[in-house]
Write a protein that binds this ligand. Structure first.
Ligand code: ATP
Ligand code: MG
Length: 388
């Protein structure tokens, strides 16, 4: 008896003629992710994707865990694949579902027969298997209206599949089908959540992190790497660019009026990020900003920041409360890393009274006190690349 994973596609099915592209990309993503767990056969046939571990030492639990984080999958089940013989199917169902039947009090059987050569009709299969299970587990009642569990028997071309528990998938659409985006990532709670949310909409990520040693430490950067590793369980692999930002921040501190420190810093971040984004074929920037959370995230401040942006800036958290953001960060397991107390370049040289309603003309005037083009070019030239 071989255990496999049966996958139910998500929104992909809505995509009409693009469906094939979406499916192909999903399969590529599944193969790539499973590569780290063990060799598996991934087959797309009769409108279902089946994942079969090739060797017995591959833990199906690990495969299921990995599958649960791949976008484009609405739901999945663990199933056993057996010979298409009604006696074998009955006996296997009895054995395979033993644990599950220990936890439920009622069930029904549904059958789907896509191999029309199989000598029993769907209602006959359901009746045969249901009767067998009812005899084997007399303490579990048959309930066709509101059962605890629906046992499904699918007769496909290659085998018969038996499954019962359905697990929720990660939803969304396959990473890579939505283009590329550059996530500005700090060590905070918000930006990893923003990265996760855009990957869920099919965007492949490139990460950009600004570091200001010695004001920010090596540990702060390692923290960002740990966060991105967590995000990559959903988004797949990515490149992380660490941008040396110290000189620019010191220039701002030395030359600009304190009220404008943050806003000018953010404009420089966006200018640099766009250059790195363009080099990586990214069509949008992504940030973890949420309206009104801090002084640099008021409408006025965001407008002043965006004035330097020629590509769209996606801010998936813009309308969310901190509590909502935290609940996603717990779900994707980044919260405990995010709350480790390391400094971020945004928290060095912070003004005591930042402008919440900056006037663009004044911001530009302050910014122009710096000969910034060469500094930006130097920062971009000296980025460090880490593979996540
Ligand atoms: P986070 O929790 O993600 O740090 P935050 O609420 O602390 O966000 P800010 O520090 O104002 O907010 O940063 C707003 C956004 O700017 C972040 O969500 C992130 O996208 C970006 N950002 C902040 N610091 C950095 C950094 N050091 N490197 C790259 N991007 C950054
Ligand atoms: Mg931050």
């Amino acid at each position: 008896m071989k255990e496999v994973i049966l996958i139910k596609l998500g929104e992909i099915v809505l995509k009409g003629l693009n469906r094939k592209n979406f499916e192909d990309r999903l399969i590529k993503n599944i193969k790539h992710r499973l590569h780290f767990i063990g060799p598996c056969k991934v087959k797309n046939a009769q409108s279902a994707i089946t994942v079969t571990p090739i060797f017995d030492d591959v833990d199906i639990e690990d495969v299921a865990y990995c599958i649960s984080k791949i976008f484009g999958i609405a739901a999945f089940s663990r199933a056993c694949a057996v010979e298409k013989d009604i006696e074998v199917i009955k006996k296997s169902a009895g054995e395979y579902l033993a644990d599950h039947f220990g936890r439920i009090s009622s069930f029904k059987v549904e059958a789907k027969r896509s191999d029309k050569k199989f000598p029993f009709t769907s209602p006959e299969i359901a009746k045969e298997v249901g009767g067998y299970l009812a005899d084997l587990y007399p303490e579990v009642a048959v309930d066709v209206h509101n059962p605890d569990a629906v046992v499904t028997v699918e007769i496909r071309d290659d085998a018969a599949y038996i499954h019962s528990e359905v697990f929720r998938g990660a939803g969304g659409i396959p990473v890579g089908t939505g283009g590329n985006g550059a996530i500005l990532i700090s060590g905070g709670i918000d930006s990893p959540v923003a990265a996760y949310m855009m990957a869920k909409r099919g965007i492949e990520l490139t990460a950009i992190h600004f570091a200001s040693p010695p004001y920010t430490s090596e540990r702060a950067e390692e923290k960002v790497v740990s966060l991105l590793k967590k995000v990559s369980e959903y988004s797949g692999k990515m490149k992380m660019y660490t941008v040396p930002f110290t000189k620019i921040q010191e220039e701002i501190r030395d030359k600009c009026h304190e009220e404008y420190f943050t806003i000018i810093m953010r404009r420089f971040m966006m200018m640099i990020a766009q250059k790195i984004a363009a080099e990586n074929d990214c069509q949008a920037l992504i940030t973890g900003e949420s309206l009104g959370q801090v002084a640099s995230q008021t409408i006025g401040a965001i407008a002043c920041t965006d004035e330097v942006c020629k590509m769209p800036v996606f801010r998936p958290l813009i309308g969310m409360d901190k509590e909502e953001i935290i609940s996603i960060s717990r779900k994707i397991d980044t919260f405990d890393i995010s709350i480790q107390p390391y400094e971020d370049c945004c928290t060095v040289f912070t003004p005591k009274h930042p402008r919440t309603r900056p006037v663009l003309k004044n911001v530009i005037e302050e910014q122009n006190k710096i000969d910034y083009e060469p500094l930006i070019a130097e920062a971009v030239e000296n980025v460090k690349i880490t593979e996540i």
